[in-house]
Design a protein around this ligand. Structure first.
Ligand SMILES: [Fe+2]
Ligand SMILES: [Fe+2]
Length: 188
């Protein structure tokens, strides 16, 4: 006899106040990314301090000021949608930032830590690209054309930030980090 056990709990019962329509889901997701952007304005300075490659420090500093503007841009989004400005804890971003902290603690300062910082920062950018991509698609479906330009402007900044990090990793940091590994081995 086949004993097939399932761990599935089935469909989850919604909490009270759960989003009933796409518009409420859209609004919830804006509060989520607002929390995430604000958390990033506090976390990026730490990444900058721990980075050593000048181009990496520069890219992170540039994106920090963009992020500060993105927070203000989201406040405009709330305003245009007639909502009060509100943040809702983004567990995903909190997790990515916690992981970034561990990467820093678990690497020696220098090329290897730089490579780790890029890895963490790119996870952040990918999360943001997914979030703003979804928000933009929701805005289009909902006919919220008044916020499309704002969301698109940020989406493009996130994509550029991600591309710049890839460029830095591929041009120098990864290679230097791998050489660091060789020299460690040599000294053993
Ligand atoms: Fe952002
Ligand atoms: Fe970003």
């Amino acid at each position: 006899m086949n004993k097939v056990e399932s761990n599935s709990k089935g469909a989850v019962k919604a909490k009270s106040g759960a989003a009933e329509n796409l518009r409420s889901l859209f609004e919830d997701q804006i509060k989520d990314i607002y929390w995430a952007e604000k958390a990033l304005t506090k976390a990026i300075p730490d990444l900058i301090e721990n980075a050593t490659a000048e181009d990496l420090k520069g890219a992170l500093s540039g994106h920090l000021s963009e992020t500060q503007k993105q927070v203000l841009r989201l406040e405009q989004v709330f305003e245009k949608l007639g909502l009060k400005v509100e943040a809702k804890k983004c567990e995903a971003m909190a997790g990515i930032l916690k992981e970034a902290e561990s990467i820093i603690e678990e690497t020696e300062i220098g090329h290897v830590r730089d490579a780790g910082i890029i890895a963490a920062a790119q996870k952040v950018e990918h999360y943001e690209i997914a979030s703003y991509g979804t928000l933009l698609a929701f805005a289009k479906t909902l006919g919220a054309s008044e916020v499309e330009d704002l969301l698109l402007a940020t989406l493009n900044e996130e994509k550029n930030a991600n591309a710049k990090l890839s460029e830095i990793a591929e041009a120098t940091v990864n290679e230097e980090a791998s050489e660091e590994n060789h020299s460690v081995k040599k000294h053993k």
